[in-house]
Design a protein around this ligand. Structure first.
Ligand code: GLN
Length: 240
C-alpha cells in the first residue's frame, strides 16, 4: 500500500469527546495496523496548532459550551478547512458535525460554523437520545448504519451535501435523514463510537486516506463488530 505511515489527528480532546468518540481513533489505528500500515495518532488540544500534514482528521461531540469554544478556535486556526479543501478525509461527530456547517445553535443563540459542509443546525423540539439506525447512501457502500445519539440540535442539509443515511430508527438530522457527506468529509450524529459500530465506515475513511478502493483493503476478521451490530439492530427491532 502506498502509504507507509498513517497520521490520524484527533482534534480537541480537551473540548470535544463524548460517548466514546475517541474510540474512532482507536478503531482506525487498529484497522490500519492490522493491514501493515504504521499509524501515528496525534491528539491536538484546542491550544495547539492543527497539523497540515495529517492523513485523516477526527472530531468528536460535546456540550454546547465546549462546542462554541471549539468552533471559534477551529475558525482561527484554519487548518481543518484547508484539510477539507485538500481532499483529506474528515469524520465529525455530533457537535463536531454541527460546527462544520454554516451555523449551529448553542447556549441559546446561533454561532458561525466552518462552512466546510453545506448545512446548518438549529434547535429541535426535544432532545434526541437513544439508538439511531439507517440505510447509508448506496454510493458509499457501507450498508446499514448503527449508533447512539444524544443532541438537542437539528440539521438542515443544503444542495452541496448528500445525506449519509436514511433514518430507520431515531432522529439524526431531522427524523428523515442522518448525517451528511461531500467529497471526503463525513458528518454524523452517531456516537457509540461510530466506527466501532460501523467498521465499513472506518474502512471507507482508510481507503480514502490510502488512495485505494475500499474493496482493495485486505479483509479483517470482523466477527466481534458484526456481533455487536447484530445485537444493536436486533434490540431495535424488538423495541419497535
Ligand atoms: N451540543 C450539541 C447538541 O446538543 C451537540 C451534542 C453532542 O455532541 N452530543 O445538539
Amino acid at each position: 500500500m502506498a502509504l507507509s505511515t498513517l497520521r490520524i489527528v484527533w482534534l480537541y480532546p480537551d473540548l470535544l469527546s463524548t460517548y466514546g468518540d475517541r474510540g474512532n481513533l482507536l478503531v482506525l489505528a487498529h484497522r490500519a495496523r492490522a493491514r501493515g500500515i504504521d499509524v501515528e495518532p496525534m491528539q491536538i488540544r484546542s491550544d495547539q496548532h492543527i497539523p497540515h500534514t495529517a492523513d485523516i482528521y477526527l472530531i468528536g461531540g460535546g456540550e454546547d459550551g465546549p462546542q462554541a469554544v471549539a468552533a471559534d478556535r477551529l475558525l482561527q486556526d484554519g487548518a481543518l478547512s484547508r484539510a477539507a479543501e485538500a481532499g483529506k478525509p474528515i469524520l465529525a461527530i455530533c457537535a463536531g458535525y454541527q460546527l462544520l456547517g454554516a451555523s449551529f445553535y448553542a447556549n441559546g443563540r446561533a454561532y458561525e460554523g466552518l462552512n466546510i459542509l453545506d448545512l446548518r443546525s438549529d434547535r429541535g423540539p426535544s432532545r434526541a437520545v437513544g439508538e439511531i439506525a439507517g440505510e447509508a447512501a448506496p454510493q458509499l457502500g457501507i450498508g446499514p448504519i448503527t449508533g447512539f445519539e444524544n443532541h438537542g440540535g437539528r440539521t438542515h442539509l443544503g444542495e452541496a451535501v448528500q445525506p449519509l443515511a436514511r433514518v430507520t430508527a431515531g432522529v439524526g438530522n431531522d427524523g428523515a435523514t442522518e448525517g451528511a457527506w461531500a467529497g471526503h468529509v463525513i458528518g454524523t450524529y452517531m456516537h457509540g463510537p461510530g466506527l466501532a459500530r460501523n467498521p465499513k465506515l472506518a474502512d471507507l475513511l482508510l481507503a480514502w486516506a490510502v488512495g485505494v478502493n475500499p474493496a482493495q483493503l485486505p479483509p479483517l476478521d470482523d466477527t466481534w463488530p458484526e456481533r455487536l451490530r447484530h445485537e444493536r439492530f436486533a434490540a431495535l427491532s424488538a423495541s419497535q
